[in-house]
Design a protein around this ligand. Sequence first.
Ligand code: AGP
Length: 610
Amino acid sequence: MCGIVGYVGSRNAAPIIVDGLRKLEYRGYDSAGIAIHDGKGIEIVRALGKLVKLSDALEKRPLNGTTGIGHTRWATHGRPSEVNAHPHAAGPVAVVHNGIIENHVAVRAELEGQGIKFLSDTDTEIIAHLIHRELDQGAPNLFEAVRKALGRVVGAYAIAVVSRAEPDVVVAARFGSPLVVGIGEDEMLCGSDVTALLSHTRNMVFLEDGDVVELKQNGYRIETVNGTAVDRKVKRIDWSAVQAEKAGFKHFMLKEIHEQPDAIEATLRGRIDLQNGDVHAGEMGVTPEFAKTLGRVYFVACGTSHHATIAGRYWIEKIARVPSVTELASEVRYRDPIFFPNDLVVAVSQSGETADTIAAVKAAKAAGAQVLALSNVLDSALPRMADGALYTHAGPEIGVASTKCFTTQLAALLLLAIYLGRQRGALSKEQGQEILQALWETPSHMREVLGDADYMHVIAKKLTHAKDVLFLGRGLGFPIALEGALKLKEISYAHAEGYAAGEMKHGPIALIDENLPVFVICPRDSHYDKTLSNMQEVRAREGQVIAIATKGDEAVMELAQHMVWLPKVNDDVLPLLTVLPLQLISYYVANLKGNDVDQPRNLAKTVTVE
Ligand code: AGP
């Protein structure tokens, strides 16, 4: 996730673009850059780190001109560095991009074969070269060149482009990544969201996938990539600046909850080989040979990431048939753990900077184990230490309570299990296809569940005075019970326990009375009958059951006070859905209590201390 801004008009473009980028910094802050047409040519200034570094650079080297583009980066391909910072130039054009180009390796090889030299490690640079090639091959203008070049690109993008030959034009386009056009007075803008544009105009056009737009000072035109002219409605946006930064949501956490379907799509993009029921290994560093011979998958992680690894362990054992354990990193580092050289140690961490997880990885490396880092932050400490990386590509998560980073970790872990299963021959092509198909359909099922948010609000209202809450689940429902409890306690400050439903009779059952709300994760999976019995045990003691169940389940309906319905899906993708109502309910409870949802008391987003 990156932020892009484009401007063409009569004012000096650079301050307007930098101001827009400041509003988009929540989308990434690894580097920033700007390209301005100064009437003679295109001048580019880029800087590693937050936007303030770009501002400093612009003070030393001011850029003047009325047309330009800018970018704030969340690195996905190529480490954060000035060389990988956008804009990327090729011949007369400069490009900024938000998204992931899936076929960049093949296109890059083709262009290199034609003698083109690449300066960065980014996927974006191919777009600049493709546009340049179209211009060289006779495209009449930048708009046509961009349209044609995008015909070669597979993946997700929002781009903005300027060209030396057209000092008063910005061309922009989107597919799979957001892009908004702002219609000002004697000026036109574009940006990744309305926040970047609101101080200049409230009249916006939300581009659709496949749209290419040409912006000039006094107007714009839109065509599809295929060359059909289209008309998009102009909408008036009345949000305040603060509302806009959160895309109209009250808190970042709520926004991030709703971003999950898109985030999962980003995790899956370019990794699924549906035809062969397989997964592309990418940068994982796990060769097919090692996958065949490894003796154990050993997960280390903390907090929410640890919960994801419990699901990971289930999948690895079930799908890849490899022994697997998961340990809290904070425990591993102070024990005398045993690692073997044929262990694959998988460190799962949103930030990639968690001190306990780093210490556990050091112990694993010292013992000669191979380490894979599963992280959201490119080139953070853990991926740098590890032998390979599996990035979730969820984009920055601002809310301290992890939501989209948890579900994208789940998706990535399921991909890892399928990859290992296929290499080891434990999973047939058809079985692989079945799970991958289910995973592929998950974002649309997530949208369906998130569509019931208002009902989660109703349930939350009943829980605002609850002092204790129990969460129960079996199998893949167990880590979700743990995660549901963690979400509720960290932002609503209610005491909550997550338990394996089968453990209830070994202690927590003593807590149950008419005052105890009990969430039971009870979809129609292979544990269904057993979990239903646990639900009956709760009801027999007057506990208040809130069930997360499969649509239309009458047996559950008879027992539960509140029902949250899920679509019927493949068992293996269930945790990506069952957690959604729990995230939403926790959010609403905390909000109803007036808590600081995005920055709950005593917590930090990245825990770089013991
Ligand atoms: C979860 O909502 C918390 N933010 C916390 O438990 C978090 O998952 C934990 O601190 C681990 O962080 P990491 O994924 O960045 O390593």
